[in-house]
Design a protein around this ligand. Structure first.
Ligand code: CAA
Length: 390
């Protein structure tokens, strides 16, 4: 067994019960909707209900994987989030009763802004290289929430992606060569006392582009593939136009020009989910991958360039090589149902949800029953989150 045969064995995404159209948002903000539809490349964004959080999203994304594969070889769960619900306890432990996880499982939470799930995939590959009989469940789950009335408000969203990392994967091999870049940049961060991040939007865009270029340069130095070898690319998508900016930047830095048609062919199918879900922070890159796989049927044996970026900042460039037969494992219909089943919110309903906060006192608080999915946050009692399975 070599590293070359480790990768994504299954992939499932989940999003929230509610959404708001950008046309609704723009109308109330007095902003030309063209800025959102074309400038940012966003049509709508997912909005969590009062009884949803990163744990219910994670459970909803992961349940179909465990139903299909069981848990007998599962030894590790890595939950990546920058929307943690506790400063100490890993959110993945709440999944134990919800998903029936085995007790012979190590569970830990990973954080580095929108990058952490990629670290999870690489750590998982290392564990499986050591023992190929084991499987690792990596779950990326996040709620992107910004202050009302800020330029970032239109780039909110929420989703989870569950990824089963295995030996001899059925969907995509993660090639062992990767390129990384990290540096200390204050472009986006959320101090412990804040429920929304502090953002320098313009700096975050230039920092993303610079880190992407440097991560790919490191990838090339380590023997990685030339840009021409990739059939498609998936970029972290805080808003979908960012993927196009990053792609043009990367090609330009390597003296390539590209036609609109070539760019669309390499990128557009990776943006369908994010365009209507919005930013899902560390899940966003894996929503892009799910979107690409679900919407293209010609990817067998093709190389997909993957660029992960987390503010602060860490970036990684790596290659996922798609495995013949991958389409048999996809969940395109379920993903489409999850997106189209969301209930549209009026602007007033969206404002009310945005202003809703989990009470911070030690009392018993029942959450309003708004969702209809398999898992919900039922109450917070004495600072303890109580979840319910339907
Ligand atoms: N029709 C069409 N296009 C329009 C338009 C109209 N009526 N009005 C404006 N536009 C275009 C602008 O020309 C601009 O296009 P370019 O980027 O090609 O120049 C685009 O719409 C956006 O307009 P602005 O630059 O004026 O937007 P803004 O400054 O108000 O906000 C933002 C943009 C700074 C990214 C803001 O949304 C933000 O702060 N977002 C949160 C931070 C973020 O997402 N950063 C991304 C990199 S960091 C990262 O990736 C990590 C992460 O997930 C947070």
């Amino acid at each position: 067994m070599t590293n070359q045969h480790i990768g994504i064995g299954d992939l499932s995404i989940a999003t929230t019960h509610y959404m708001i159209e950008h046309s609704t948002l723009a109308g109330h903000q007095g902003v030309d909707v063209g800025k959102y539809h074309h400038g940012l490349g966003q049509e709508a964004m997912s909005v969590p209900a009062s009884d949803e959080d990163i744990v219910t999203l994670a459970a909803t994304a992961a349940a179909p994987l465990l139903e299909r594969h069981g848990t007998s070889t599962l030894r590790t769960v890595l939950l990546a989030t920058e929307t943690g619900v506790d400063q100490s306890k890993a959110a993945g432990l709440y999944l134990h009763p919800l998903l029936g996880l085995p007790h012979t499982t190590r569970i830990v939470e990973l954080k580095q802004a929108c990058y952490a799930a990629t670290a999870g995939l690489q750590f998982a590959a290392g564990l499986i290289a050591r023992d190929p009989t084991q499987q690792v469940l990596v779950i990326a789950t996040d709620i992107a929430r910004y202050d009302l009335g800020t330029p970032a408000e239109a780039t909110q969203g929420a989703a989870a992606a569950a990824i089963l990392v295995t030996a001899d994967p059925g969907i995509a091999v993660l090639e062992p060569v990767t390129g990384v870049h990290s540096s200390h940049v204050m472009d986006f961060w959320r101090p412990n006392h804040r429920t929304t991040p502090v953002v320098d939007g313009k700096l975050s865009v230039t920092s993303y582009l610079d880190a992407a270029e440097r991560a790919y340069a490191d990838y090339l130095r380590r023997g990685g593939r030339d840009l021409d070898e990739f059939t498609a690319f998936c970029y972290h998508q805080p808003f979908t136009e960012m993927a196009y900016k990053a792609h043009r930047h990367l090609l330009g830095a390597h003296g390539r020009t590209t036609s609109q048609q070539e760019t669309d062919s390499a990128l557009t199918t990776s943006t369908h989910y994010n365009r209507t879900i919005g930013n899902s922070y560390t899940a966003s890159l894996y929503l892009a991958l799910a979107s690409l796989l679900d919407h293209r049927c010609d990817l067998a044996d093709q190389h997909v360039g993957m660029l992960s970026y987390g503010s602060g900042c860490v970036a990684e460039f790596f290659c996922a090589t798609v495995v013949p037969g991958y389409r048999d494992l996809l969940r395109a219909d379920a993903h489409d149902r999850a997106i189209t089943a969301r209930k549209p919110l009026s602007y007033e309903e969206y404002r009310a949800l945005h202003e809703f906060h989990i009470p911070t006192d030690a009392g018993q608080h029942t959450m309003p029953e708004q969702t209809s999915g398999p898992f919900r946050l039922a109450a917070v009692d004495g600072h303890e989150r109580i979840y319910e399975t339907r």
